[in-house]
Structure formats: structure tokens, C-alpha cells
Design a protein around this ligand. Sequence first.
Ligand SMILES: [Zn+2]
Length: 378
Amino acid sequence: MEGLHYKSLKTIRVDIEQDIISNIAEIKSSKNNYWIAPGLVDLQVNGFRGKDFNQEDTNIEDVELITKYLWETGVTTYFPTLITNSDANIRHSIKNIVHAFKEKSIKETIGGIHLEGPFLSKENGPRGAHPLEFIQAPNWDLFCKWQEIAEGKIKMITLSPEWLASTAFISKCVDRGVVVAIGHTAASPAQIQEAVAAGASISTHLGNATHAMLPRHSNYIWEQLASEGLWSTIIADGFHLPDSLLKVLLKVKPEMTVLVSDATKFAGMKPGRYHSHIGGDIELDQQGRLFMKDSPDFLAGSAKSLLDCIENLSNRQITSLAKAIDMASIKALEAIKARPSFGLEIGKKADLMVFEQVEGKINIVQTIKAGKIVYSRT
Ligand SMILES: [Zn+2]
């Protein structure tokens, strides 16, 4: 394939042998005005285009469909995210995802399961939309049962370290290679520090799922921002965080910030009124803002793709396009310590997206997963 290297802006030809980038050569000109970049990596996806991993009626085919929809948006690796739910529903959701692993390209695209809950804060604000009835203290035996059903595929867990049992729980997860993220938390600064010392390494959607009011000096946001051991994931969809806060977050951790979509099933759907299994009656407007119908000031989740978040950061000139892409690809894998085989370089895994830019819009032309074209624009 030919196009502009997303970072060097040089015209290149990329050769692929089997699943590896075998050569990248500079060429004088290209037959098209395409761009080539690493495929996107989304650490937090609840659903897409009408399908949700967390719904009781979701089946194996839905997992395959979500994966295919995500390929259309340039994603080559993602982490299906299961939120707080009953034991039975979490088991059901895990089984669906594990069964979908039978198909090779889907198996390769799913990096692992991200379990966001149920070991979160019970407080309103930090809890977000997670159902209170199922929130509980970290429970190692329960986690091990889920991990057994998942055949070891739970690779990331978001929890709140405000629970007494959390430090031991975090250490055990980290020992077994599960990445621990802090999120939906009302933890004290000391508890945040203890969690980091125990091995927590990411802040999940920092700045969201918080109290509306916080003590000005001593609070869990400052503490996480100040911690050099913590990466941040952020939802840069244009609605979840104001531009000023996005700029600050990026300035504090320019090399340790990752974009996530946190997309719900309403991402990729037409504007309109819908009913959500956790949010009740909700509305999606023309701009893609998803909010509670009766309380329009409150968001009801994200309805944007990771590609939309890149577009938003780049169009608002909060970061360059190349930096936004890195934060949504290479950096995401680095944050979970899985980077070495990935990137637009010779010898790396051929996970790529080819796109064109038309008036601030990024249109995916082709998505390549492990050397195989999994999406091609018709
Ligand atoms: Zn969340």
C-alpha cells in the first residue's frame, strides 16, 4: 500500500509479508492521497452500533458484529468492557466473548476483557451509571471464578482503592499479569498512593465519574495526576471533558496519556431518543452528545468512536493528528505493557489503518489486522 506516513509525512510504500511489515520504502509520489498509520487500540468499549457486551440478550454473533463495526473505524485491537452487573450477567457476557474467540481474526482483535466493576465506589458521582445493588468490595475468589470462565482473558480491571481489601487484591492481580486501573473512585490521596505502590498503573477515564465538588487541594484527581506511576485514559469526545482540562491533562502527562472511546451501543447510531438498560430514557443529539432525557446536563455515556476522539483533538488543535493517533494506538499498548510488536515500523505486526482526510473528517479506507484486510471501503 502507498500513502503518507502519519508522522513523518513522507510518501511511503508499505510491504507486508504474512502478518509483519516487511519493508517501508520512501517513494516519490503516491497514486492516491491516503495516509497510513498504526491501527487503533481501544482499551474501553462497552458496545457499538446497537450492540452491547453487557446486555442479557447479547450473543456470540453480536460480539462478532461489534468487532466488524470497529474495524470500519480503524480499530485493530480492543478490550470489550464489562461493567458492574450481577454475577450471572457477568458470567454470561464473559462466555459470549470467549466463544467469539473461535474466529481467528476476531480472536486477534480482542486484546482481552476489561472488567470495569463491580469493585467500585458506592458514592453517587464516582459510581457514575454503575448499578449500586451490584457494587461490592474487591473479592478475590469471585474474580478468580470469572477469570476461570474467561480462560484467563481478563487482562485489565478498573477498581476503586477505597475498599480496605483493595491493596492485597491489586497485588494479586498484578502478580498474575492483570493490569489494574483506578477509576470510579472516592479514594483518599493516601489510598491512591497505596494502590500505586501495590501495582495499579492506569487511571480510568480520569476526570469523569467523580463528585461534582471536590476539596480544592487534597483530592483523588490531583493525586492521580501527580503520580508518576499512573497512565491516564481520557474520553476526548468533546463532551466528557472541557478543552481546558484536556489541555492540562495532556501537559501533565504528555507521554502517559491514552485515548479511550468508552463507547456504548449508541455509538454509530442515528440521533434520536432511546432507552438504555442502565440510563433509562436518553437522547442522542445531532452532534453525538448522549444525555439523560429528563436531565439534559447529565451525560448518559459516550456515543463516539475512538476515531471521533482523534478527530476532535486534532480539529480543535489540542494535539497534532499524529500525536492523537499515537495516544489511541501505540500508547494504549504501552500503557498495558504490550507495545514491542506494534507500530508503523519494519518488523512490527501489520496492524494498520489507511485513511483520507476530507474537510476535517477522517475516512477509513482500509483496516489491516495481522496483515489481513479486515475492512475495505467500497
Ligand atoms: Zn466508567
